[in-house]
Design a protein around this ligand. Structure first.
Ligand SMILES: C[S@@+](CC[C@H](N)C(=O)[O-])C[C@H]1O[C@@H](n2cnc3c(N)ncnc32)[C@H](O)[C@@H]1O
Length: 208
């Protein structure tokens, strides 16, 4: 009984967060689940599932983006998180999404966003084959499996080895956190659990 009450309250809170948050941003990012049409080069794309506006705002408070930051949302779905980042004073925001259907929604949300402060670009492509060299903040909400996550971290590592820029990687619902152990140049800066039990990990680069 207690469990049912808790689940009902969670569901009401989640719906309220979606309606109020979307209204505040002037976007349409609601909707629960969607299987991408293409699962990518590594065949490991996870399905679309949005996170709450409040959890994105908490991340932004922790990370404190700066004016020279370029934010990449990897597996951006309908673009909810990138819209929040674009309201910060950052240089640029890029969303990468494998589903054509979802990327079109993300584009439309980027256009309708209320009071953006940064330009937004949406790319309909597989993250495993994308150029990520310009990014300084990377946001992921459990978008893909181990192979693509490894490709992404190796890709970011290559540019980091050359440029040595400070980087932040946000991993929401961190189901594959063990993959990060292979990248010792990344250190956990924040580690907590959301009310729904999902783990959130934020990594920063160490000085190699
Ligand atoms: C769990 S959803 C998160 C959506 C969004 N980041 C959010 O927080 O609302 C994961 C998204 O990643 C996308 N995705 C999965 N694999 C991908 C890949 N290899 N390249 C680009 N997008 C991918 C899926 O289509 C899905 O929209």
């Amino acid at each position: 009984m207690k469990k049912i009450v808790k689940q009902t309250l969670f569901s009401i809170a989640r719906t309220a967060d979606s309606i109020i948050g979307d209204w505040g941003l002037h976007i349409h990012s609601r909707g629960l689940s969607f299987e991408p049409e293409d699962r990518g080069r590594n065949q490991d794309a996870f399905r679309f599932e949005g996170t709450t506006h409040l959890s994105i705002l908490r991340i932004i408070r922790l990370v404190k983006p700066k004016p020279d930051d370029v934010v990449f949302e990897l597996g951006c779905g309908k673009g909810r998180a990138l819209c929040h980042f674009a309201r910060c004073h950052v240089r640029r925001v890029v969303g990468i999404e494998i589903s054509k259907f979802l990327s079109e929604i993300a584009k439309s949300n980027a256009q309708s966003l209320r009071r953006p402060h940064a330009p937004i670009e949406i790319l309909n492509m597989d993250v495993a084959t994308a150029y990520l060299g310009e990014g300084t903040i990377f946001y992921m909400f459990n978008p893909f499996g181990a192979k693509t996550l490894k490709n992404v971290l190796e890709n970011i590592e290559r540019t980091y080895n050359v440029l040595k820029k400070p980087l932040v990687i946000i991993y929401m619902n961190a189901t594959l956190s063990h993959i990060f152990n292979e990248f010792p140049w990344l250190k956990v800066f924040s580690d907590y659990h959301r009310l729904n039990g999902q783990r959130v990990l934020i990594y920063r680069t160490t000085n190699k």
